[in-house]
Design a protein around this ligand. Structure first.
Ligand code: ADP
Length: 475
C-alpha cells in the first residue's frame, strides 16, 4: 500500500465510463438505498425504488426515478418478499438489482431467482454466497485455503456432550456461534463446563428463532481482541484486490458502533500480511464483487479468520474516503462484467476516516427511541460526509433497524479526523428522538480512543465508567 490513488487523466473515455446498466432496482431502504441511488445518478443509470407502506414518504422513494410499493411494513411481507421484488423489477424493466446490506443481500436463493428471471444480481454468485454465508462452512473452506482460523470445533456441534468435549480441548472461555448468524445475534460466551449446557441450548434456540437454522459451532473466545476487516473487490475476470483494512473494535453487544480506516495499531508489515491473507481467501473461492473478510487480532499480533460478508458493508464509506474509490459504482461495473477499474498498486490509503453510527436509541441505556424527527441539521464543512435518509418530520418506523445516519469524518491524519468528528457531533441537531450522538461525543474525548488503545471489550468498561460519572468529564 503506498500513496494516494494515482489517477492518470485518460486520453479518451475508457469503456468503464459507459453506464453499466440502463436501469437498476434497489431492493433496500434507508441510507443504503439512497447511497446506491446517488451512485446510479452519477453513472447515468435510471433507478427504481421499492418501498413498504411504512416508507411511503422516504427519501429513497423520492429520489429514485420510479417507485413501486411492495407490501405492508413488516420486512417479511415487503423488503424480504422475493416475488414482489422480482415483479417490481419486471414491471419497470430494471436489468439489475442492488440488494444493499441486510434483507436479501446474502440470500443465495434470491440470487438464483434473479438469474432465472434474467435479472443481474449486483453481488457475487449464489454458489459463493452459499459457501461463505454459512459461517461454519466458510471456516472449513478457509482452512483448506490455508487461512489462519480461531481454534474451534470441526464444523457443527450436534449435542451438549460434544460441546463439552470440544470446549475441554480448546480451553475456556469459548464462544458458541450460530452458523447462519449475523448482527451479533446467536452467540454465547461460556466460561466453564457448568454453564455450557444451558448456553449451548440458548444459542441454538435463539439461532432457530432469528435465522431459521439452529446449527451452531464453537470457537476459542479471545478476551481482548481487535476487530480488523479487509475490504475486497474482485471482478469476473479473476482480478481480486484489497482496499486496505477497517478497524471496528468499538462495539456494543457485538454490534459495531464506530469504524475507522486505517486501524490505529497495524504496522505496515502486519497490514500487508492481513490484507494479503484476505486476498488469498477471496481468490480461493473465486470471489467477485465487493466483500469483506473479518478477522480478530490478538495482542501478540496473530490474526484469525472470523467470517466473510458477501455484500457492501455499512462501514464502506471510511474505505471510500481513504482510498478515493467509489465502492458502489465499482460494484455496478463488476456486475455488468467490466474489469476492475484499478489495480492493486493503484490502491493507497491516504489520511484517516472515522464513522460513527448514529442510532435512534437512548445513548446511555441503548433502548430504542423511535418517533418523529422534529428538527434536523446535519453538519458539513471540510472532511465531513453524512450518509442518511432522514429528513425533517421523518418518522422512524419501529419495523426496521435503528440507524438514522452515518457520520463520517476524514482528516489528513487520525487526530484531524477526531477533531472534525468532534465538531461535527457538536453541530449535529436531531430533535424529537434520542440518539447515540452524545455517546459518540464522549468517546471522541476519551484518552483510550485518542490513543487507539482499545479492544472489542472496551465499550463494556466505558459503560461502567459512564455509570459512575454520568454527566462529567470522562477523564
Ligand atoms: P456477526 O456476524 O453476528 O456480526 P461475528 O462473527 O462477525 O458475528 O462476530 C461479531 C463480534 O463478536 C466480533 O467483532 C467480536 O467482537 C465478537 N467475537 C466473535 N467471535 C469471537 C471470538 N472467537 N472471540 C472473541 N470475540 C469474538
Amino acid at each position: 500500500m503506498g500513496a494516494a490513488i494515482k489517477r492518470k487523466a485518460p486520453a479518451k473515455p475508457a469503456p468503464n465510463d459507459a453506464p453499466p446498466f440502463k436501469k437498476v432496482l434497489i431492493a433496500n431502504r434507508g441510507e443504503i438505498a439512497l447511497r446506491v441511488i446517488l451512485a446510479c445518478k452519477e453513472m447515468g443509470v435510471q433507478t427504481v425504488a421499492v418501498y413498504s407502506e411504512a416508507d411511503r414518504n422516504a427519501l429513497h422513494v423520492r429520489f429514485a426515478d420510479e417507485e413501486v410499493c411492495i407490501g405492508p411494513p413488516p420486512s417479511g411481507k415487503s423488503y424480504l418478499n422475493i416475488p414482489q421484488v422480482i415483479a417490481a423489477a419486471e414491471v419497470t424493466g430494471a436489468e439489475a438489482i442492488h440488494p444493499g446490506y441486510g434483507f436479501l443481500s446474502e440470500n443465495p436463493h434470491f440470487v438464483e431467482v434473479c438469474q432465472a428471471c434474467g435479472i443481474t444480481f449486483i453481488g457475487p454468485s449464489a454458489e459463493i454466497i452459499r459457501k461463505m454465508g454459512n459461517k461454519s462452512q466458510a471456516k472449513a473452506t478457509m482452512l483448506a485455503a490455508g487461512v489462519p482460523l480461531m481454534p474451534g470445533s470441526d464444523g457443527i456441534i450436534e449435542t451438549v456432550e460434544e460441546a463439552l468435549v470440544v470446549a475441554e480441548q480448546i480451553g475456556y472461555p469459548v464462544i458458541v456461534k450460530a452458523s447462519s448468524g449475523g448482527g451479533g445475534r446467536g452467540m454465547r460466551i461460556c466460561n466453564n463446563p457448568e454453564e455450557l449446557p444451558d448456553l449451548y441450548n440458548n444459542a441454538r434456540s435463539e439461532a432457530k428463532g432469528a435465522f431459521g437454522d439452529d446449527s451452531v459451532y464453537m470457537e476459542k473466545y479471545l478476551l481482548e481482541p481487535r476487530h480488523i476487516e479487509v475490504q475486497i473487490m474482485g471482478d469476473q475476470h479473476g482480478n481480486v484486490v484489497h482496499l486496505g483494512e477497517r478497524e471496528c473494535s468499538i462495539q456494543r453487544r457485538h454490534q459495531k458502533l464506530i469504524e475507522e480506516s486505517p486501524s490505529a495499531v497495524l504496522d505496515p508489515a502486519l497490514r500487508q500480511r492481513i490484507c494479503d491473507t484476505a486476498v488469498m481467501a477471496a481468490k480461493a473461492v473465486g470471489y467477485y464483487n465487493a466483500g469483506t473478510i473479518e478477522f480478530l487480532l490478538d495482542k501478540r499480533g496473530d490474526f484469525f479468520f472470523m467470517e466473510m460478508n458477501t455484500r457492501v458493508q455499512v462501514e464502506h464509506p471510511v474505505t471510500e474516503l481513504v482510498t478515493g474509490i467509489d465502492i458502489v459504482k465499482e460494484q455496478l461495473r463488476i456486475a455488468a462484467g467490466q474489469k476492475l477499474s484499478f489495480r492493486q498498486e493503484d490502491v493507497v490509503q491516504k489520511g484517516h476516516a472515522i464513522e460513527c453510527r448514529i442510532n435512534a436509541e437512548d445513548p446511555f441505556k441503548f433502548t430504542p427511541s423511535p418517533g418523529r424527527i422534529t428538527a434536523l441539521h446535519f453538519p458539513g464543512g471540510p472532511g465531513i460526509r453524512v450518509d442518511t435518509a432522514m429528513h425533517q418530520d421523518a418518522v422512524i418506523p419501529p419495523h426496521y433497524d435503528s440507524m438514522v445516519a452515518k457520520l463520517i469524518a476524514y482528516g489528513s491524519d487520525r487526530a484531524e479526523a477526531i477533531a472534525r468528528m468532534r465538531r461535527a457531533l457538536d453541530t449535529l441537531v436531531i430533535e424529537g428522538i434520542k440518539t447515540t450522538a452524545p455517546l459518540h461525543r464522549r468517546i471522541m474525548d476519551h484518552p483510550d480512543f485518542i490513543a487507539g488503545t482499545f479492544s472489542t471489550k472496551w465499550m463494556e468498561t466505558f459503560m461502567e465508567e459512564l455509570k459512575r460519572n454520568p454527566a462529567g468529564d470522562p477523564r
